[in-house]
Design a protein around this ligand. Structure first.
Ligand SMILES: Cc1ncc(COP(=O)(O)O)c(C=O)c1O
Length: 440
């Protein structure tokens, strides 16, 4: 029998009276038929208040790389809590975590900590402006860099407002944004190196940094086309701009060296969030020593009461040690499991006449649903995605999967955690078969 969610529905109705719109992050409202309330999780599994068990591929929007409630992490946090939850001062732990990051990540000479990747993005952009004495930041359509005014410029413009191919719009999806913020950005289309070159030349000498998701995971799931990352590096070197890799999703998911090691590039600054803390509020800016000069000199303000909080550091130290201990088996095993799940979902969808097209490097992937008459082949840019992906139909498929006990991300993304096994993938495919049969 498909799952039902009466207790979640009751709690969501109750929450309307005390929590604005009943949820605490906009995307959570997208969950249908109702935003779910969870009781506990273990490994690859989540259990909601109605007693439903899910194989979880949402994994805390990617943060739970190590599975739910790993015992070692729980112990590390509990032991630290007994010594103190917060000092707003220095600790050996912060050096231990920083030294691990230095050893793991190619572009990490130095480190600074924050509590969310949204904050780290703001730190990185401020630092880049101060470093170069320039005003503009170049970012790409469909790339997400946190919810602040500066992180969401040109993120998801509707087709009638996205501008020409040569001049993508700087539209922000939120009201209340300071209008002048938009003027500090140049937006380019992703995966078109010639177009990027043109955009940089148009504003030559005025751009402080290029910020990007090395594998675009916030709009579909798109690996960079050959030459894309190389062009960003080349233009940054040529014009003295900082290359800022936003590895909030890809960090540690692609192994100890993050996507930069996996893809073979060294950025000037890197943004780390999500998996660095395994689900606690922890994030880091890492980068080359020269890029940190204005923070070292004190000319750039970087602050935060809860920065380098010892509970978060204890969790992060445990997480990084887990990744280091896996050696070369990570990300190889996550890629293998993800590829198996992608192939299985595609085969089942084909059997039931559902035009589902899983796409991505396995350890993270996205399920596009082709609109009627849409062309086949990889989706490579934001505009291509909007034109070919049937988002409402995906929402129906996601709901059917949820009702069978498989939880993917509302927007179509799936994450493989280090807790997922072959047995989880096999079981998820059995459940997907039931969901697709019902849809058929
Ligand atoms: C690539 C990227 N950058 C930045 C952020 C912001 O992270 P947070 O929500 O933890 O502040 C996100 C969140 O999803 C992200 O995916």
């Amino acid at each position: 029998m498909p799952y039902t969610f009466p207790k979640s529905a009751e709690l969501f109705a109750r929450a309307q009276n005390s929590i604005a719109a009943g949820i605490n992050s906009g995307i959570r409202k997208m969950e249908v038929p109702v935003p779910l309330y969870f009781d506990h999780g273990k490994g690859s599994r989540l259990f909601d208040v109605d007693g439903n068990e899910y194989i979880d591929f949402q994994i805390g929007q990617g943060a739970i790389l190590y599975g739910h409630a790993p015992e070692g992490m729980a112990n590390a946090i509990a032991e630290q809590a007994k010594k103190g939850t917060h000092w707003a001062a220095q600790s050996v732990l912060e050096i231990e975590v920083a030294e691990r990051l230095q050893a793991m990540i190619p572009g990490a000479d130095l480190v600074r900590f924050n509590n969310s990747a949204t904050e780290v993005v703001l730190s990185a952009l401020r630092l880049a402006r101060a470093h170069t004495g320039r005003r503009l930041i170049l970012k790409f359509e469909g790339h997400y860099h946190g919810w602040a005014d500066e992180g969401l410029v040109g993120f998801a413009p509707p087709p009638d407002q996205w501008g020409s191919e040569d001049e993508p719009t700087r539209l922000h999806p939120s009201k209340g944004v300071i209008p002048e913020v938009l003027e500090q950005f140049v937006v380019a289309r992703w995966n078109d190196p010639a177009h990027l070159r043109q955009r940089v030349d148009q504003y030559r000498g005025q751009i402080a940094a290029i910020i990007f998701e090395p594998v675009l995971c916030n709009t579909g799931c798109m690996v960079p086309v050959p030459g894309m990352i190389e062009t960003i590096r080349e233009l940054c070197d040529r014009d003295g701009m900082l290359m800022i890799a936003d590895e909030t999703i890809t960090g540690f998911r692609f192994g100890a060296g993050c996507a930069q090691k996996h893809l073979g590039f060294v950025p000037d600054l890197t943004i780390l969030g999500k998996a660095i803390g395994g689900g606690v509020p922890f994030a880091a800016l890492v980068g080359k020593k020269e890029a940190f000069a204005k923070i070292i000199s004190g000319e750039v303000v970087h602050a935060g009461t809860l920065n380098a909080n010892p509970l978060c550091l204890a969790a992060a130290k445990w997480c990084l040690d887990e990744v280091i201990a896996l050696g070369d088996s990570h990300p190889a095993n996550a890629i293998r499991l993800g590829n198996k799940l992608m192939a299985g979902l595609r085969a089942l969808a084909d059997q039931h006449g559902i035009p589902l097209r899983p796409q991505g490097p396995g350890l993270v992937f996205h399920c596009a649903v082709l609109k009627a008459g849409a062309a086949e082949g990889p989706i490579t840019s934001y505009r291509d995605y909007v034109q070919r992906h049937d988002a409402p139909r995906w929402a129906t498929i996601r709901r059917a999967l949820l009702e069978e006990g498989v939880r993917a991300i509302e927007r179509g993304l799936w994450f493989i955690s280090l807790a997922h096994t072959d047995a989880d993938i096999d079981e998820a495919l059995e459940k997907a078969a039931r969901a697709f049969a019902r849809l058929g």
